[in-house]
Design a protein around this ligand. Structure first.
Ligand code: ME8
Length: 643
């Protein structure tokens, strides 16, 4: 019976394309999963997508699609990227999968039945157009942090989870030195000081303001709060409270949940509290790594800030293994990693092209040059080899621990120190001098054999990080095995004595930094497209002056029955109210426009559309194949003229 090992990534929001931030966590988990498989474990590696919530509902609406249509495309991109990046996940969960929905509903029901969830009222500040509740501390200058509009006091019926009662147990869990539940340690202090010590509040776990979520079975006006839905994925994916899988007993509790620091709070407070309430075992470990930040700005690379680097482009141009290596090597455990293309090129050139690539190509070339490709069995090993060989002997245990605990950068740093040591060993032993003396051939054979065997052992340890290149290295150094087994890296001189090498391609071509920087910059500059409407003929100023252009305030807005294009507005033009129609129904939720200050031509002659009179024209700007209204800040008065 193999020992089980269960590792998870967060389930990502498919509200935009995947970027290298998502890649980092997923590749890090992949390395850990691959290493555990090589060590003989029965691994379950889970990833997936978190598909409910108001944000997704809105995004789909903006794109003129149903949520599911919208999601399928982006989820497809995540899956394609994971395939391209060689992610060896065992299961991909989507929170819209029926079996997951079933589990979430049953979990919610059980918590309610057992008294951990109760019905109460949520009071807070409410932004009507955004349909969002905010706490006082979330408001910006007393206004909605999303749209900047006025908020009102509001009260809404909602279900609450008794998080407040778990404070002492959570504190004990986090402070348990032996358990080491949350890493790095700095996050433990953060959780205790910022959340537990000030007093945990009960958590509002249902919403009635939107529909795109898992319905509460016994009160269908409510959908389950997206984090309760999302966190449950870690057990629903194993079949907890559903019929789809039957692996909960085998894999739960998880060995490690991996994520970045901003969602550690959910995983180290809410998630254990939910499991305690359910009476289920807790995961063994939660690891919260740092962020990939954009350049040296410190800003998190994220979909919403638009500063993302496209992993598809990077993998295609520089190779999947080089990108995997670079990300993992550059991210120090627990801290942030500023990403620049330039530092990536430098890293690839120095570690991969110079140190590893050269070591392999020089060694193979020398075996071919001095021995026609096959080493003789007669070798003269001596004590001066010990320094290199003992360094390699120490690697497997160190790297195993480092991969297990997601200290992957440390593992790579140590492996590459050994590779640098091997390069130095060549210079110390001067094979080109030994080759001149026939009597020294056995010594030359020993030196080259030590090098090949060092490469073999390092390749095994590097194979979880570089799954494409390491098999090629095996081929070049004449290792006939095709499977990477951890124990083989522990064996000194495990390579066949009369090994035959094979010259292969350059494993890591050197990157011309200047040229690549220019090409990447050109790629990311958007191609200039001509606007769809050509420029019109010149006109007199009088024609312009004849138009009465003003700011107006939207008082009401609704769809025109039987029309999928038209919205009917009542707007205040500064003198009074008027009705106007606009063909933008596909791009907006009518409620989202209420309260906005828009630009309008007010003196167009009235026109009838679908039986309603329109008095003027709301101005919109083309945005690809959509239209967006031209709007002003709240401080612009109704009736202010535009010139
Ligand atoms: O938070 N640097 O999804 P999400 C490093 N659906 N890692 C990054 C990163 C960056 N710049 N940007 C993203 C969610 N990540 C929830 C999770 S789990 C039950 C629900 C990685 O799409 C990192 O792992 O915002 C981070 O925690 C995660 O993506 C957030 O992904």
């Amino acid at each position: 019976m193999k020992k089980p090992f269960y590792i998870t990534t967060p389930i990502y929001y498919p509200s935009g394309n995947p970027h290298i931030g998502h890649c980092y966590t997923t590749v890090a988990c992949d390395v850990c999963a691959r290493a555990k498989r090589m060590q003989g474990y029965d691994v379950m590696f889970l990833t997936g997508t978190d598909e409910h919530g108001q944000k997704i509902e809105k995004k789909a609406q903006e794109a003129g699609q149903t949520p599911k249509e919208y999601l399928d495309v982006i989820v497809g991109k995540f899956k394609t990227l994971w395939e391209l990046m060689d992610i060896s996940y065992d299961r991909f969960i989507r929170t819209t999968d029926d079996y997951h929905v079933e589990s979430v509903q049953k979990i919610f029901e059980k918590l309610y039945k057992d008294g951990y969830i109760y019905k109460g009222a949520y009071t807070g500040k409410y932004c009507t157009p955004c349909e969002s509740f905010w706490t006082d501390s979330q408001l910006v200058d007393g206004k909605c942090p999303d749209c900047g509009r006025e908020v009102v006091d509001a009260k809404e019926e909602a279900y609450f989870f008794k998080l407040s009662q778990f404070g002492p147990q959570l504190k004990e869990l986090l402070l348990d030195e032996e358990r080491n539940f949350l890493e790095p340690k700095s996050r433990v202090n953060e959780m205790i000081h910022n959340f537990i010590d000030p007093g945990l509040q009960d958590l509002c776990v249902s919403r009635t303001s939107f529909r795109w979520g898992v319905p509460v079975t016994f009160d269908e006006d409510h959908v389950v709060y997206v984090w309760i839905d999302a966190l449950s994925n870690y057990i629903s994916a194993l079949g907890f409270m559903n019929e789809k899988y039957d692996e909960y007993a085998k894999y739960w509790p998880a060995d490690v949940h991996v994520m970045a620091k901003e969602i550690v709070r959910f995983h180290s407070l809410i998630w254990p509290a939910m499991l305690m309430a359910l009476g289920e075992p807790l995961p063994k470990k939660v690891v919260g790594h740092g962020w990939i930040t954009f350049g040296n700005s410190g800003a998190k690379m994220s979909k919403s800030s638009g500063n993302v680097v496209d992993p598809f482009v990077l993998c295609e141009r520089y190779g999947v293994d080089a990108i995997r290596y670079d990300m993992l090597r550059e991210m120090p455990f627990g801290s942030d990693m500023p990403y620049t293309n330039e530092s990536m090129f430098t890293r690839i050139n120095s570690d991969l092209a110079n140190d590893l690539g050269n070591l392999v190509s020089r060694t193979v070339a020398m075996v071919i040059k001095y021995f026609g490709g096959t080493l003789p069995v007669d070798k003269d090993f001596n004590d001066s080899d010990e320094d290199l060989l003992s360094m390699v002997d120490a690697l497997p245990d160190y790297v195993k621990d480092a991969y297990d605990t997601l200290h992957i950068s440390d593992a790579l740093e140590t492996i590459f120190k050994t590779i640098a040591r091997a390069n130095k060993y060549i210079d110390e032993n001067e094979p080109w001098v030994l080759a001149k003396d026939e009597a020294k051939k056995p010594r030359l054979a020993a030196v080259l054999y030590n090098l090949l065997d060092t490469i073999r052992r390092c390749s095994i340890l590097l194979s979880p990080v570089m799954p494409h290149v390491c098999p090629e290295i095996f081929e070049q150094i004449g290792e006939e095995k095709t499977e990477f087994v951890w124990e083989d890296s522990e064996v000194r001189h495990g390579l066949k004595a009369d090994v035959t090498v094979k010259k292969g391609r350059v494993l890591f071509p050197r990157i011309d930094v200047e040229k690549e920087l220019e090409e990447l910059a050109a790629l990311s500059a958007p191609a200039r497209k001509l606007p769809e409407e050509p420029l019109k003929d010149l006109t007199d100023f009088d024609n312009f002056a004849a138009l009465d252009l003003r700011a107006v305030k939207v008082k009401s807005c609704e769809r025109v029955p039987k029309s999928d294009k038209l919205l009917k507005f009542i707007v205040d033009d500064g003198f009074g109210d008027r009705q106007v129609l606009s063909g933008i129904a596909k791009y907006y939720n009518p409620e989202d426009l209420i309260g906005k200050t828009l630009a309008m031509i007010v003196n167009l002659k009235p026109r009838k559309m679908m039986g309603y009179e329109s008095n003027g024209m709301i101005m919109s700007v083309r945005d690809g194949d959509k239209f967006r209204v031209v709007e002003f800040g709240d401080d612009i008065e109704a009736g202010a003229d535009i010139s």
